[in-house]
Design a protein around this ligand. Sequence first.
Ligand code: SF4
Length: 185
Amino acid sequence: MVGAILVQQTAWENVVKVIDDMKDRGVLDVDVMATMLQEELEEIVRPAGFYRQKSARLQHLAQHIQKNHASDPRKMLRGPTRDVRKELLSLPGIGEETSDAILLFGGGHPKFIAAAYIQRILGRLGILDSNNYGEVQRFVETALPPEPKVYARLYALMVHHARNVCRSRPQCMSCCLRDACESSE
Ligand code: SF4
């Protein structure tokens, strides 16, 4: 859950550093995070960027879990996917992409993350031309069985492909999907 918030608008490598630091300082704990000084949390979160927003979001989430789920994140992530998603979306700074990352990777729910990278690849391949998060998510979830491991693997592979090959300026000459792609150059 912490990773899903910290990774907003930054690279995962920066998030790993912050999470390691949080572990070392004993801050990766609901009760500690809920009650520590905001300024202290800001300093720890700083390497992940947007540290004021992100530390406020983390603290709000921790206070919510402390108050409503006996300080146990696993309790919050239990239950029907729709209900857990609704609760996550009600919290400040948690939008669809962040909530679905928490659901899939944190809670093992069958919820596909229809991030911009996914939209880009599906669009360029000629499979689905849409920037609408919900539409792309429904498309993938309808096409595949509701299996969290499949969603997680597909997401990871597509993000890797978008970052390394199908970038803003696509590297079509070295793309394994070139023969099947409508946009190959
Ligand atoms: S062929 Fe080019 S546009 Fe198509 S998926 Fe590969 S990198 Fe992207």
